[in-house]
Ligand binder design. Structure first.
Ligand code: UGA
Length: 448
């Protein structure tokens, strides 16, 4: 097998999982990051973030000599054939995308290409708004390399669809591969890498121009976010109808093949480093292009309103929140990650604190990241049971498996008043309703 040598710039989720994924099938990978701590940690086979199964695969890749991490981008370009850019594209104050890291990478890659005689393929994997690769990355690469894109080096845009929590699995088993290409040779080179990599398990490959590939990523995330806000809207309607349950409605509509069951879990809404950021960027991009994307703005609004709605549910039970003791179970933006970026726990806890509540929180892995956000404004428990002790109300914010194992008795025994707001609908209402005060998002009240 003629495996390509690959460099990957930026060791966030996408970068590291892509690096480990390629290394697992025998590609020689040079990972690059400008944070010396990250570089050290990766070379010691310790993932800088919590991601199931990643440490084992990282360990194997390092031990077998297929992956090393360095700070020097030039060395990485000179010693590889293909470079993936996987740096962050955060949000600016006005909601638009911040391309600073993309700019730095493109300039440095360009300078390194200037020192190289052989053909090299540059692939943008970071999420960037349509036109960025063509009108921003390409001119920077050409200027700093003094070479022509197409003949001297190739350029592709290849969005990533992995989810945190199943990042490695998703990298190894994608539904499809999108190759946005500057020209045929660029696309052919990337397609041959993937054909070799996935072999018989190759998913469908779609080849497009650069801007279409960029838009596909936003369209994908915006659609999934729309599904979530849609089901949360129906959930809120359910709460107005006696004896209805959003989970039954979601199950039924999910069986329609045109809808499908995924991303129909009603609850506190979406968080994380992607949906909120990508929605903002797509809205800002549309407005810059004189289009007001009303649907996407509503998706955002519904997501924000789920927080107020949850606070309303608590207040209905407790009245004034001042000095009330509230337990928060789950802090990360979703289970199986310690990622707190845009986690729903943040606006909920901030609102509770604003109203004078006394908050204690528990999360299996995200406490240390949460401490850098809330500091000593809240208390931290070392177990779910400890978190419940003497509290007036508990909110399930993240659907960790270990929380699913708690019983109504656990809540009854340890809380001062067993009032449970199930923000992720992890419990069986029938079982819980009999023993404690149980309120779930999208659960029609009995007494309506
Ligand atoms: C998301 C996309 O799913 C990936 O395809 C994409 O590659 C990634 O963003 C990205 O752009 O990099 P991720 O942010 O890891 O992945 O997490 P998701 O599993 O999509 O969940 C996002 C949020 O939606 C979480 O807060 C989750 O709790 C919430 N969610 C998800 C719901 O509230 N209901 C659902 O039914 C599904």
């Amino acid at each position: 097998m003629n495996n390509f040598t690959i460099s990957i710039i930026g060791m966030g989720y996408v970068g590291l999982c892509t690096a480990v994924g390629f290394a697992s099938k025998g590609n020689k990978i040079i990972a690059v990051d400008n944070d010396p701590e990250k570089v050290n940690s990766i070379n010691k086979a310790l993932s800088p973030f919590h991601e199931p199964h990643l440490n084992d695969s990282l360990q194997k890749a390092i031990k077998d000599g297929y992956l090393r991490c360095i700070p020097d981008l030039t060395e990485a370009i000179l010693n590889t054939e293909i470079t993936f850019i996987t740096v962050g594209t955060p949000t600016k104050a006005d909601g638009s995308i911040n391309l600073q890291q993309i700019q730095n990478s493109a300039i440095e890659i360009g300078k390194a290409l200037n020192k190289k005689d052989e053909y090299h393929l540059v692939v943008v994997k970071s999420t960037v708004v349509p036109g960025t690769t063509e009108n921003f990355v390409k001119p920077l690469l050409e200027k700093h390399s003094n070479k022509h894109c197409g003949s001297d080096f190739g350029l592709c845009m290849n969005p990533e669809f992995l989810m945190e929590g199943s990042a490695l699995y998703d990298t190894l088993h994608p539904d499809r591969i999108i190759i946005g290409e500057n020209n045929q040779k660029s696309g052919d080179t990337l397609e041959s890498l993937y054909t070799e990599f996935y072999s018989k398990e190759i998913p469908p490959i779609l080849r497009t121009n650069l801007s279409t590939a960029e838009l596909i990523k936003y369209a994908n995330n915006a659609f999934l976010a729309t599904k979530i806000s849609y089901i949360n809207t129906i959930a809120n309607i359910c709460e107005k109808i006696a004896e209805t349950d959003i989970q039954t409605v979601a199950k039924a509509i999910g069986l329609d093949k045109r809808i499908n069951p995924q991303f129909l879990r009603a609850g506190l809404g979406y968080g994380g480093s992607c949906f909120p950021k990508d929605l903002k960027a797509l809205i800002a991009f549309s407005k810059q292009n004189n289009y007001n994307p009303t649907l996407l703005q509503s998706v955002q609004k519904v997501n924000q309103q789920q927080i107020n709605h949850t606070i309303d549910l608590i207040e209905t039970e407790l009245g004034e929140l001042s000095n009330k003791k509230i337990a928060i179970l789950g802090l990360s933006f979703k289970p199986d990650t310690d990622d707190m970026r845009e986690a729903r726990s943040i606006p909920i806890i901030n609102q509770l604190l604003k109203e004078g509540a006394d908050v204690t929180a528990y999360d299996p892995v995200a406490i240390s990241n949460a401490k850098s956000i809330f500091g000593d404004k809240i208390k931290y428990a070392s177990s779910a049971i400890e978190c419940l002790k003497n509290t007036d109300c508990c909110i399930i914010v993240t659907e960790w498996n270990e929380l699913k194992k708690l019983t109504p008795e656990d809540y009854k025994q340890h809380m001062k008043t067993p009032i449970l707001i199930d923000g992720r609908r992890i419990y069986d209402p029938k079982q819980f309703n009999q023993k404690i005060t149980y309120k779930g998002i999208g659960l029609g009240r009995k007494d309506l």
